[in-house]
Ligand binder design. Structure first.
Ligand code: FAD
Length: 555
C-alpha cells in the first residue's frame, strides 16, 4: 500500500463492482482497491449465461470478461474470489470476510466501502423448489449445473416458471437444446414490463414455435414422482418436466446493508443519493442492490439491469475520487430477443402510469415496416407510444417485431432522457436508405401521429370502449380485407368510395374509423372531420384490435 493512500473495499466484483474498481483506478492511481466476491469469478457476463446453456456461446471461458489476474496486472486491483463478506462494522470501518475454501475469517479495514452484491433470484418458499433438477440462473456454476443436468438426464422437457426477460431467454436456449418447453406465468401475459397487448405478439411467436404457455396461473409446488419432476400450478395443472428453471424475479441482496444498519427503501433496495452514497458517508452502493429514481414517475424503484449497474459503478468511483458526477435515475430501457422476435421498451408503460395514478396521457399505436416498403423484406414493427397530453413529453414506448425494433426504442429512449416531446420525435433526423429505414422513420411517424392527436386533428377512440352507444365503427379498408375479419358491428366504406358515400353515414353517431394499421383511417378521419362529422381514429387499426383481443383487453 502506498502510504497515506485510501483503502477502498468493494463487495461484489461483477457489473457494478468491477466497473467501479476499474474506473476508480483510472481516476486515482494511489488508492488501494480490493474486490471481494464469494463466487469463483469476477467480471463475468451474467447476461450471456442463458446463451451458454443453449450452446450459442459454447465455450464457458468466453463468459469471462476479465479475470482476477487482469485486474491485478492492468489495474493494480486486488481481487479475492471465493471470499464472502459476512459483516460490516461501520463504526470501526471494518469488514469481516470469510475465505470459503478454509472457512477462516479475517478483518479488512476500509476508508471507503462500495457494496455491489447484486440481486438474488427469488426462490419462493414452496414445496419442491429445492429438489434436484430445479435451477435458478445467476452464476457460471449455475449454468454448468444446468448443462450437466440436461446431458446426464437426457432432458426432453422443461418448465420455465416466469415469463420475464430471463425466463424467455432461457426458453429460447432450451428450445435450441431441443427441449420441449412450457412457461408457467402468474400474470396473464408474458414480458410483465410490457402492456399486455404489446406482449401478445411475443406470446404468439412462442406458441408458433411450440412453446407451451400456461399464463394467469402461479406455481404451487414441485413434486418428484417416478424419477421426474411435476410442476403443480395454483389452479391444479400438472406440468411434467425433466428440468425446471425458476425465473420469477430477483430481490436486492440487502442482507449486509440491513445488518449494518444502512437505510433500506420500500422496494428492498439500499437507499443511495445521486452520487450512489448510502446513508453512511463512507459507504457507497451500486447495481441491482440499490433503489433508484424512476425519472418518469419520480418514484423510487429497483431496476436489475446491467447498464445502470455499470454506470452507477462509474458514478460511485467518481464520487470516491472527489469528482462531481450524478446518476440521473432510470427509465427502464430494456430489450429481449426470443425465437426471432424482439421486444423492447423504454420509459413508462400504460399500466405503469395508471398504477402511479397518472391520467394526463394518451397513447398511439402504429405498425410501420422496419424499412421502406418498396425495398424487399420489410418487416412490421408493432409500436406503442405513450405521451403527456399536458406538454407533449414522451413518457414511454414499446415495440415488437423481428427487425429494427431496438434501434427505434433506443432513439426514443434518448429523446426521453433529454426530456423530448412528440414534436422532437416528429422532427428527429435519422438515417435513411431503403434497406435501413424510411424517409419517415417509424420514430418520426410515432411523433407525427401523436402530434396529430395533440393538435386535435386526429382524436383517438378508446379501444376498450368499443361498442359504446352513440358510436359506429366505420372500416375504410377494401371489401376483401373487411371480409377477412373486422371489428364486430363495423360497417365497410372503403376509403376510395368515402367522398362519394359519406352521406350514408349516420350524423347522430360518433364515427370511429378503422383500417388495417390506422393510416387509411387517419385520412378518413381528416376528411370526415372537415365535413363537420364527429370522428375518432381507432389507433393501430385492425392489427391493434387483434393484439388487444389476444390480450383479453376488449370487452
Ligand atoms: P452482480 O452482477 O449480480 O454481481 C454481484 C456479485 O456480488 C456476485 O458475483 C455475488 O456473488 C457477489 N456478492 C454478493 N454478496 C456478496 C458478499 N456478501 N460477499 C462477496 N461477494 C458477494 N441485464 C441487462 O441489462 N441485459 C441482459 O440481457 C441481462 N441478462 C441477464 C441474464 C441473466 C441470466 C442474469 C442473471 C442477469 C441478466 N441481466 C441482464 C442483469 C444484469 O446481469 C445485472 O443487472 C447486473 O449484473 C447487476 O450487476 P451488480 O454488480 O449489481 O450485481
Amino acid at each position: 500500500m502506498m502510504s497515506g493512500a485510501r483503502r477502498v473495499l468493494i463487495v461484489g466484483g461483477v457489473a457494478g463492482g468491477a466497473s467501479c474498481a476499474a474506473r476508480l483506478r483510472r481516476l486515482d492511481e494511489r488508492a488501494e482497491i480490493v474486490v471481494f466476491d464469494r463466487g469463483p469469478y469476477v467480471s463475468f457476463a451474467n447476461c450471456g449465461l442463458p446463451y451458454h446453456v443453449g450452446n450459442v456461446i459454447p465455450d464457458e471461458a468466453d463468459l469471462l470478461v476479465a479475470s482476477a489476474d487482469t485486474f491485478r496486472e492492468r489495474f493494480r486491483v486486488a481481487v479475492h474470489t471465493e471470499t464472502e463478506v459476512v459483516a460490516v462494522d461501520r463504526a470501526a470501518r471494518r469488514l469481516t470476510v470469510r475465505a470459503l475454501a478454509t472457512g477462516t475469517t479475517r478483518d479488512e479495514p476500509y476508508d471507503c466501502l462500495v457494496l455491489a452484491p447484486g440481486a438474488a433470484p427469488i426462490r419462493p418458499p414452496l414445496p419442491g423448489v429445492d429438489l434436484p433438477g430445479v435451477f435458478a440462473v445467476r452464476t457460471i456454476p449455475d449454468t454448468r449445473r444446468i448443462r450437466g443436468w440436461i446431458d446426464e438426464h437426457r432432458a426432453r422437457r422443461a418448465v420455465v416458471v416466469g415469463g420475464g426477460f430471463i425466463g424467455l431467454e432461457m426458453v429460447e436456449n432450451l428450445v435450441h437444446r431441443d427441449l420441449a418447453v412450457t412457461v408457467l406465468e402468474k400474470l396473464d401475459q408474458v414480458m410483465p414490463p410490457l402492456d399486455p397487448e404489446m406482449a401478445a405478439p411475443v406470446a404468439a411467436e412462442l406458441a408458433a414455435h411450440g412453446v407451451g404457455l400456461h399464463l394467469g396461473d402461479g406455481l404451487a409446488r414441485i413434486d418428484a414422482r417416478d424419477g421426474r419432476l411435476v410442476v403443480v400450478s395454483e389452479q391444479g395443472a400438472e406440468l411434467p418436466a425433466d428440468l425446471v428453471i425458476l425465473a420469477i424475479g430477483v430481490r436486492p441482496e440487502n442482507g449486509l446493508a440491513t445488518a449494518a444498519g444502512l437505510e433500506i427503501g420500500s422496494r428492498g433496495g439500499i437507499v443511495v443519493d445521486e452520487h450512489m452514497r448510502t446513508s453512511d458517508p463512507h459507504v457507497w452502493a451500486v447495481g441491482d442492490a440499490v433503489e433508484v429514481r424512476d425519472v418518469l414517475t419520480g418514484q423510487e424503484t429497483v431496476l436489475p439491469l446491467a447498464g445502470p449497474a455499470n454506470r452507477q459503478g462509474r458514478v460511485a468511483a467518481a464520487s470516491i475520487a472527489g469528482r462531481e458526477r450524478r446518476f440521473r435515475g432510470v427509465q427502464a430501457t430494456a430489450v429481449v430477443g426470443v425465437l426471432g422476435v424482439t421486444a423492447a421498451s423504454t420509459g413508462a408503460s400504460e399500466k405503469g402510469l395508471r398504477r402511479a395514478g397518472v391520467t394526463d396521457f394518451e397513447k398511439v399505436y402504429l405498425h410501420p415496416g422496419h424499412h421502406a416498403g418498396y425495398y424487399p423484406g420489410a418487416k412490421p414493427i408493432h409500436m406503442k407510444l405513450v405521451f403527456s397530453t399536458t406538454d407533449g413529453r414522451v413518457l414511454g414506448a414499446q415495440a415488437v417485431g423481428s427487425e429494427g425494433v431496438e434501434k427505434r426504442i433506443d432513439v426514443i429512449a434518448t429523446a426521453i432522457q433529454f426530456g423530448g416531446t412528440v414534436h422532437d420525435l416528429a422532427e428527429a433526423e435519422l438515417c435513411y436508405a431503403p434497406q435501413y429505414g424510411a424517409a419517415k422513420d417509424p420514430v418520426n411517424l410515432a411523433g407525427m401521429i401523436a402530434e396529430n392527436v395533440l393538435a386535435g386533428d386526429m382524436p383517438v377512440a378508446d379501444w376498450e370502449r368499443l361498442g359504446e352507444p352513440g358510436t359506429l365503427v366505420v372500416d375504410v379498408r377494401e371489401p376483401a380485407e373487411f371480409a377477412a375479419g373486422h371489428v364486430p358491428g363495423a360497417v365497410n366504406v372503403p376509403l376510395g368510395e368515402l367522398r362519394r358515400r359519406y352521406d350514408e353515414l349516420p350524423r347522430d353517431r360518433e364515427l370511429w374509423l378503422c383500417c388495417g394499421v390506422g393510416q387509411r383511417a387517419y385520412y378518413a378521419t381528416r376528411f370526415l372531420a372537415q365535413q363537420g362529422r364527429r370522428v375518432r381514429n381507432l389507433s393501430g387499426g385492425f392489427t391493434t384490435y387483434q393484439a388487444l383481443r389476444a390480450a383479453g383487453r376488449l370487452r
